[in-house]
Ligand binder design. Structure first.
Ligand code: SAH
Ligand code: SF4
Ligand code: F3S
Length: 437
C-alpha cells in the first residue's frame, strides 16, 4: 500500500499557494495526498502567525495529531510563518514534531523527510532567512480552473503591528518575463482565473532597473491571448498609483474586486501604524478608484483596538467605512505580536473594549454589505462556475468579477466555464440567479 501525506493550511493565499507546492513535492516523493490525518504517514502543518489565534489553532491540531503519531509513527512537520518565527522553540515545546521547516525553506522538505525516514537524524530544524527568490516549484491547484502565483515575496513596510516582514524577509520580485511565461502556460492548460500574490503586490518591481512595475505587469498579462480573469492580493494604498487604476479600468480581464487594506480610519493611528497615508488620502484614493473604475467592488482589512486608539479615533474608522462603502471587510481585533514595535507601545487596549469596537464595526459593515449586495438585483453578471454548491449538488456556485458568490441551477459540465447570469435574489453574502441562454 502506498504511503499517505496530509498538508493542513492556515493563513493567507500565499500559504495556500505554498501548500499546493508542498503537496506536489509529496506526490513526487511517492505519497498519495489525503485529508484524513488518521490514515496519514506524513503530516505537515503550513502555519500562520499573523494573530495570536493562529498559534492557538496550531497547538490544538498538534494535540489531535499526538495519538495518531503514537499509533502509526506518523512523521510530523511544521512549516510556514509560525515555524519560521518559532524555529527550534517549537520542536522543544512539542517533542512530537520531527521537522521545523520555515517558509523560506520549503524546497528543503524532501531532504528533511528522507533524513527522518532513514533514521539519519531525530529532528531537522531549518529556518534560514534567505532573502532570495525561492526556486519556482510546480503546484497542483485544488480547483482545476483557478491558479495562483507569487509575483513578489516579502515586505519592507514594517507596519508596526505586523509580524509578516520578520517572517517573510525583504521584498523581492520575480522577473516579468518569467511570470508571463508561467501565466501563458496556466492559460493554455485551461485555468480561467489567475491570482497574483504578494505581501505588497503593487511594490512589484521596485528593485528592477528596467522600469517593469505592477501596472506594466498587469497590462502585459491582459495582452496574453485567452479568456481569463486576473485577481491580485494585497496591494498597499500608499503604492496604489494612477497607472495601476487606469490599467484596471481599461482591462475587463482584471477582476473588479479591489482589495485596499485600510487598517484604521484615523490619521494619528495610521501614523502610529506606519501606514504612510492619512484618513483624507485614503478617502481620496477610494473616490478616485470608484470614479475611474465605476464597477469597482472595494474590499478591505481593518484593525480595531490598536495601542492608544481612543473612542474618537475609532469613530474615524466608522466614518471612513460609511464614506467609502466597502463591499466586504475583514475585521480584526489588534493582536500583540512579540518583536513588533506596537507590542511594546503604551496604551494597550483591553479585550472588552476591542470586542465592543469590533462588534460595532461589524454591525455597520454588515449593513453596508447587505445594501451593496441588494444592489445586484436584476444585474447581468459574468460568472466563472466553480463547482456544484456545497449544500446542494444540483446547484452550481460561481463568483462575479467583483468576487460575489452566486448560486444558480445548471449542469455540472459548466464547471470552469464563464456563464452569464441574471441575478434574481440577493442575500448579504450570496446572490441567486439564473443562466441567461
Ligand atoms: N500584506 C497584506 C496582508 C497582511 S496580513 C497587507 O498588507 O494587506 C492580513 C491582515 O491581517 C492585515 O491587513 C491586517 O489587517 C491584519 N493584521 C496583521 N497584523 C495584525 C495584528 N497584529 N493584529 C490584528 N490584525 C493584524
Ligand atoms: Fe504587514 Fe504592513 Fe507588510 Fe501588510 S504591508 S504585510 S500589514 S507590514
Ligand atoms: Fe499568516 Fe504568514 Fe500569510 S503570518 S497571513 S501565513 S504571510
Amino acid at each position: 500500500m502506498s504511503k499517505k501525506a496530509t498538508v493542513i493550511t492556515y493563513g493567507c493565499q500565499m500559504n495556500v499557494n505554498e501548500s499546493a507546492k508542498i503537496k506536489k513535492i509529496f506526490e513526487n516523493m511517492g505519497y498519495d495526498i489525503t485529508e484524513n490525518i488518521e490514515e496519514s504517514d506524513l503530516i505537515f502543518l503550513n502555519t500562520c502567525t499573523v494573530r495570536e489565534g493562529a498559534a492557538t489553532q496550531i497547538y490544538g491540531k498538534l494535540g489531535e495529531i499526538k495519538p495518531i503519531k503514537a499509533k502509526r509513527g506518523t512523521i510530523v512537520g511544521v512549516t510556514g510563518c509560525f515555524a519560521q518565527e518559532q524555529g527550534v522553540k517549537l520542536a522543544k515545546k512539542f517533542p512530537l514534531i520531527d521537522i521545523v521547516m520555515g517558509n523560506q525553506n520549503i524546497g528543503g522538505i524532501p531532504n528533511a523527510v528522507e533524513k527522518i525516514v532513514s533514521g539519519e537524524t531525530k529532528h531537522v530544524i531549518a529556518t534560514d532567512n534567505e532573502d532570495e527568490l525561492p526556486a519556482r516549484i510546480d503546484a497542483d491547484f485544488e480547483s482545476t480552473k483557478m491558479a495562483s502565483l507569487p509575483i513578489m515575496y516579502g515586505c519592507n513596510n514594517f507596519c508596526t503591528y505586523c509580524i509578516v516582514p520578520y517572517v517573510r524577509g525583504r521584498e523581492r520580485s520575480v522577473p516579468m518575463e518569467q511570470l508571463l511565461d508561467e501565466i501563458k502556460v496556466y492559460v493554455q492548460k485551461g485555468y480561467k482565473e489567475i491570482m497574483l500574490l504578494g505581501q505588497n503586490v503593487n511594490s512589484y518591481g521596485k528593485e528592477f532597473k528596467n522600469g517593469d512595475n505592477f501596472a506594466k505587469l498587469l497590462d502585459e498579462i491582459c495582452k496574453l491571448e485567452g479568456d481569463f480573469l486576473v485577481r491580485f492580493t494585497s496591494p498597499h494604498p500608499r503604492d496604489f498609483t494612477d497607472d495601476v487604476i487606469e490599467v484596471i479600468a481599461k482591462n475587463p480581464k482584471i477582476a473588479r474586486a479591489i482589495h485596499m487594506p485600510l487598517q484604521s480610519g484615523n490619521t494619528k493611528v495610521l501614523k502610529d501604524m506606519n501606514r504612510g497615508y492619512t484618513k483624507e488620502d485614503y478617502i481620496a484614493l477610494a473616490e478616485k478608484v470608484k470614479k475611474i473604475v465605476p464597477d469597482a467592488f472595494l474590499t478591505t482589512d481593518i484593525i480595531v483596538g490598536f495601542p492608544g486608539e481612543t473612542e474618537e479615533e475609532f469613530l474615524d474608522t466608522l466614518d471612513v467605512v460609511r464614506k467609502v462603502r466597502f463591499g466586504t471587510a475583514y475585521m480584526f481585533m489588534y493582536s500583540q505580536r512579540e518583536g513588533t514595535k506596537a507590542a511594546t507601545m503604551e496604551g494597550q487596549i483591553e479585550d472588552s473594549v476591542k470586542k465592543d469596537r469590533l462588534h460595532r464595526l461589524m454591525d455597520l459593515q454588515n449593513s453596508i454589505s447587505k445594501e451593496i449586495s441588494e444592489s445586484y438585483e436584476g444585474n447581468e453578471e459574468r460568472v466563472l462556475v466553480e463547482g456544484p454548491s456545497r449544500k446542494n449538488k444540483n446547484v452550481l456556485s460561481g463568483r462575479t468579477s467583483s468576487g460575489k458568490l452566486v448560486l444558480f441551477e445548471g449542469d455540472e459540465s459548466l464547471v470552469g466555464e464563464f456563464v452569464n447570469i441574471k441575478v434574481t435574489d440577493c442575500k448579504t453574502w450570496t446572490l441567486f440567479g439564473e443562466i441567461i441562454k
